[in-house]
Design a binder for this molecule. Sequence first.
Ligand code: SAM
Ligand code: SF4
Length: 466
Amino acid sequence: MKIECENAEFEKDMQDLVNLFYDEEDFPFSVKHTFSLDGNTLTSVIETGSGTDAKESKQTFLLPDTTELLKKSLMKRHFKNHLYEVLCRISKKSLPWGSLTGVRPTKFARDLIERGEVKPHLITEVLVRDYHVSADKAKLVFQILNNQKCIIKNDKLIDLFINIPVCPSRCNYCSFISSEYSKVSNKMEEYLACLLKELEAVKKIIHENSYIVRSIYIGGGTPTILTAEQLERLLSNINYPVSEFTVECGRADTITREKFEVLKKYGVSRICVNPQTFCESTLKRIGRKTTNAQVFEAYKLALEFGFVVNMDIIAGLTGERFGIFKRTISTLLELYPENITVHTLSYKNASQIRGEEVKFEADVVKMVDYAEKTLLENGYQPYYIYRQKHQTAGLENVGYFRDGNVCIFNIDSMEDTSSVIALGAGAISKRVFTTENRIERLPNCKFIEDYISRIDEMIEKKKNFF
Ligand SMILES: C[S@@+](CC[C@H](N)C(=O)[O-])C[C@H]1O[C@@H](n2cnc3c(N)ncnc32)[C@H](O)[C@@H]1O
Ligand code: SF4
């Protein structure tokens, strides 16, 4: 495979789009793109193949008189649409999200609306017409935008995120950075001490900048890998009056009544108990050492404590066909948690599985459609969406809610509508400058060992950043 792009800035987009159509090693031809700009007339030429197989596609576009920045973004848009059309023709397939790559669909749509380029009620038509997004996905974007009314853009409102990147064992599909407990158990006390130190510094940052904490999210990994006593030490140091306080308790095998008592005592309102699938042979295959009985037990306990519950599932887990996924959805509906997040398997480098293991792409498309249709029929609504690289069939992850229970943190973090002060290894703080439509990010060290040894340096950077 050979990819040549005259404009180096667009090369990554070119690669991303090609990868959505072809596995890297299967890509059957070379592709070359050239641009020329004569006044406001842009000519885009895409050559595919070589020798007698060579084909050329030429398109011209008239750019409006506008800023250089907007012109560049329009050139990129035309180029991606052009390439998308060529790839559709050659591969004889289309993609659910058309030429949209490297963007979050709802954030992209909101930006178009806020810039005055598109009227809100026309967003579905524009996504279909100008970006080749399928009618169903464009409708999904419209529904999600309507369910994000809780967004408040105010530079003084922030969300707090704490990362516990440790799990009891590693699931083989997982693409997140998280250490196995057995490998870091002797560092947990030190890790907690550093988190408390960072929390203390953050308290000052919040006070000095008159920030108001809108939501708190302790994620991972598996925060409930901490003992009840360790959780108590952490939570007793977080004193902000918020209406939404989430703790991910993803792995049911880490949940105990004692830990829930601590969460309740310190105002946690929402938790995640994640089955991923209710098929126990799949659970064994993917190396997720939990059972359905543990998930049911944990959920029963969560109801007793009155937590809002989210459950994550994944469409496309190795070996799962449509029938199995359908049963997972019906079990979920029997449980009826307030939030359900439907992921599509993404086979990123950090996971132990590779793209070639996802053998049933057509089934995965059916699974995601079925989940949406069935959840909507049962009173759920989509409220946030994100896409990752290498997601099966170019699909997406969607969070659903019922009865008003949206998670503000999920919306804020996916839509970049609020600053986030993020603590712990691998956590990335974000400052959103709403009036300038600008974002800056500050990552902490990725790994626990580095986080512990460089905690003072990270605290210093955070003080300067906020
Ligand atoms: C950061 S993980 C944390 C959740 C928690 N540790 C658990 O496993 O229950 C959040 C969610 O991402 C999803 N996820 C992880 N790896 C994925 C992958 N490769 N493709 C799609 N979804 C994935 C899973 O549904 C998981 O629950
Ligand atoms: S899916 Fe969750 S429990 Fe499994 S390794 Fe990833 S973060 Fe840990």
